[in-house]
Design a binder for this molecule. Sequence first.
Ligand code: NAD
Ligand code: TYD
Length: 350
Amino acid sequence: MKTYLVTGGAGFIGSNFVLYMLKKYDAIKLINIDSLTYAGNLENLKEVEGHPNYTFVQTDIRDEKKISELFENNDIDYVVNFAAESHVDRSIENPSVFVETNVNGTLNLLNVAKKYWTIGEDQYKPGKKYIQVSTDEVYGSLGDTGYFTESTPLDPHSPYSASKASGDLMVKAYADTYKFPVNITRCSNNYGPYQFPEKLIPLVINNCLNKESLPVYGDGLNIRDWLYVEDHCKAIDMVINDGKQGEVYNIGGHNERTNIDIIKTIIKHLNEKVDASITEDLITYVKDRKGHDRRYGIDPQKISDALGWLPDTAFEEGIIKTIDWYLENREWTQNITSGEYKDYYTNMYK
Ligand code: NAD
Ligand code: TYD
């Protein structure tokens, strides 16, 4: 029975991954550690709360003592590191916490895992692996043509992407210096259930439902490459099982859209489904984000050739599933943007 230490499993992608893995495999043990920042929410994991193979531990990935205890008491096979500060706008306001979690936290996990997995110089217990869940944003911004491949030079622009790139480089250094068993995945923008409504898609859905303005940064023509979150989870599972030592895998489904196209798509669905007064009149062009990357686009050839990964959910289907989920779970949005994190949310985004 393999034991997974998942970090950041109460956040958007992490919680989808926890649910995906516990649904897919009967014979795994999964320990989820999360410090429960504003972005972490145990409500996401209600359906697995009492699952016999699942444990939640509230802890910070920078806490060497607590992480060591977990390794001491469990024979951990895989570390899957989702835990991060993840929002570009917040990173522009306050870069430091991004370095603390995304760089120092990553380093701490590497150090503890290395300590407990070592059996000799540059030798580790067989079958162990550290997976760093990273982002296409580390590659910077594309022009009108071309795609990010795994050999595209890192060229991060925001404090968020710089911190993720730094974390990735530390993981690479452990593979190069100590032959430490790792993989790095770099996925494009995710969307789906449980995404915190500071990110474009849930923010637009939420604001439409509240008849609040929809802030479009700059000219609205920046392009992101969108992937349904479950397809990301599937790819990570494949990388854990079959990824080659030290390799990076890009993950994306060739679904590039301008922001304004995304916003209009959501308005159209909600207008037809919920309320005819949800219209494009809500769109409000606002000042551009500082250092705003123009275009992201992933070349997924490597993961598709090497591991047979292909996405299952087309955008047209995924966006409807996502909108429906937010409609059916309006309380989730209300809960996560109220209570002790209300001020944090409100002050940054209203
Ligand atoms: P998220 O912000 O929704 O969740 C992050 C989680 O990490 C939260 O539960 C938070 O409580 C936890 N966390 C933060 N700091 C922590 C710390 N110091 N110790 C322990 N837990 C901590 O983020 P997400 O969108 O789910 O992203 C997850 C990972 O995937 C991140 O590493 C991100 O860089 C990467 N990624 C995200 C996207 C995307 O579109 N969202 C795309 C590609 C890669
Ligand atoms: P976001 O969801 O923050 O993801 P990322 O910046 O990591 O790609 O933003 C997606 C795109 O949408 C990005 O180009 C910025 C833009 N955007 C807006 O135009 N308005 C908004 O209110 C937000 C949150 C984002």
